[in-house]
Every structure is written in C-alpha cells, then in structure tokens.
Write a protein of this length. Structure first.
Length: 318
C-alpha cells in the first residue's frame, strides 16, 4: 500500500468531507461471484480488497470484474482473481482522510485513476473517494474559499443576477473590508498565524450579518459584505459593529496583538451599476486607510466625489 497523500498541506477542504464512508470491502477468500452480485445490486463502482487486519491491500474495479466475466473466471476467489488479472502486486494508492481535496484531484489526473481508498491516521480504512464524488460537489470547490470557507470571487460572479434583482427592489449595502497592516503581521508572526487571523475575521463577518446577506473573501486580506434591503443607517451600524468586534479579538498565543480593519461602504441603488458601487466602496476603503486606518468611511453612490470632504467617517459613532 502506497500512501501518496497526507495532511501536510493546506490546499483545500479535507477529502473526508467528500468521500463515501464505509466502502464495500472484500477479503482475499471471498468469491468473485459474491463481489459481482454485491457491486451490481448496490451499483458500486469498485471493491476494496482488505487483509485479515482490515487494511486495504488492493482494489477491484468494474473493468477488472468485466475482464473476469469475459474470461469466465467468476467462480474463483478474490485472491486467485488478482493473480489471474496479474494485479496481485499492483500498487494501491491511498490517501489520509485529512488530505486536501485539491491534492487528491491532482493525483486522480496524474495517475489516471478513478477511485482512491481513504485511511485514517492509524491506516484503517474509513472511506473511498472517486472522481464522481468530486464532480457532484464541484460547486463547493469552485465557489468556496479554501481557507475561510466563505464564498470567493467565482461565487460573486455566480450571484450577480441575484444582486441586480435585489437592487432593483431595494438598495443594498456594500462593505469593502481590509485587514490593517496585514503584511507586517505576516512578517512578524508568520503566514500560518496570518491564516488564523483571516479565519477569525471571517467568523466575525458571518456572525454580524444575516443569513440572507453575502460575505465573500474578495482577495488576500480583503473581504466584501453585501447587505440586502439596506439603508445608510443599517450600513453604518453593521460596519461599526464588525470593526469593533474585530478590534476586540484576542489571540491566546499573542495576547498583546491588536488586529484592526478599515472599512469602506456605500449604498447601492437601482440607478447605479453594481460594479460602480464596488468601485465607490473601494474608494471609501482607500480613504479610510489614508485617514489613519481602523475606521469606517461611507461614500454616497449618487453624489460620489473623490475628496475627503465628501465622506462620512463613523469612528465616533456607536
């Protein structure tokens, strides 16, 4: 058994969230006829061969079964079948259940295989993952940010019609949020801790918005929040609540650390294109950074001016 993948990297959700648990297993002494009947009745694509200790040692695929049926070797046991097929020494590729799904996808492609048995840290079989499993849940991979589990830019593109539809009925709030001094934080505390900070901030954003609202990792240390059926008052309140909650975050390993965010906001109405509203909120964010960081600045979308005198700073607001 060759373990190609483990949990050493952080490139996506673990495969245990995609695998089929409790896969169909057969022992070397089981008959091929039993395997055929079980796979056919339950519409199973493969059978994992295990030894007496229930460790995976090989795999029988539909293609292998078809070859046995054509050659009329259905009355032999699995051990003999592996020898007949000349695959008794075939290298079995397995993956740990914490392996990132993106690494698993690369292995499917490079090894030209369709099924991978999944084992736990004790090398015990816990599931099987197939190309079909990944395809069925592809939207989770494509539309979700691996680190924060928020929607990503692809997700934002997918909901633009929803945004336009809502905007025609009622104004929406746009919040562009950027972590202050994040490069310095990464350089000082390391990228792994930087990831922890981003996940904690993502949690703050989700907790301080409604289910109907959208929270998106826009890129790097920048986040986008979309508030539906909003008003300037609602935007101000939500933005300041987010800012203060981030500022109050505590980190056990670094109790002295204070993380802050700057927020640029606008109210997007039916007369202004969504992309223009993003641009205005981003401009407000820039001015929040220029004005000293750790603050919220609102720019009205209908009378947008590119000067600091046209902004509404909310640092003093409750």
């Amino acid at each position: 058994m060759k373990i190609y993948l483990s949990s050493d990297t952080r490139s996506g959700k673990p495969i245990k969230e995609f695998m089929t648990p409790d896969p169909f297993t057969v022992k070397l002494s089981d008959s091929v006829r039993k395997v055929i009947d079980t796979m056919g009745f339950n519409k199973i694509g493969s059978a994992i061969v295990v030894n007496e200790e229930d460790y995976p040692v090989n795999i029988l695929t539909k293609s292998d079964i078809l070859k046995l049926m054509i050659s009329n070797y259905t009355d032999v046991n699995v051990g003999n079948a592996l020898r007949i097929l000349k695959i008794e020494t075939r290298e079995l590729i397995t993956a740990k259940d914490e392996t990132p799904i993106l690494d698993c996808m690369k292995l499917f492609f490079s090894k030209k295989i369709k099924h991978i048995p999944v084992i736990n840290k004790n090398n015990k079989l816990v599931g099987i993952i197939s190309v079909s499993d990944i395809i069925q849940k592809a939207s989770i991979l494509f539309f979700t940010d691996n680190l924060t589990e928020l929607g990503n830019r692809h997700y934002l593109d997918s909901i633009r019609h929803k945004i336009v539809r809502y905007k025609e009925k009622a104004p929406i709030g746009i919040l562009m949020i950027d972590v202050d001094n994040f490069k310095k934080l990464n350089d000082t505390y390391g990228h792994f801790f930087g990831d922890i900070v981003l996940k904690r901030i993502a949690s703050v954003l989700v907790k301080n918005t409604r289910v109907v609202d959208e929270v998106i990792r826009y890129g790097g240390e920048e986040f986008l929040v979309i508030l539906f059926k909003a008003s300037e008052k609602v935007i101000n309140r939500v933005a300041e609540r987010i800012r203060k909650n981030v500022e109050s975050l505590k980190f056990k390993d670094y109790p002295e650390l204070k993380v802050t965010v700057s927020i640029g906001t606008t109210l997007c109405t039916s007369s202004v294109q969504f992309e223009k509203c993003i641009e205005i909120a981003d401009k407000a964010l820039y001015e929040a950074k220029s004005a000293g960081k750790n603050r919220t600045i609102f720019l009205p979308s209908l009378c947008f001016k590119s000067s600091l005198t046209s902004v509404l700073s909310l640092v003093e607001r409750e």
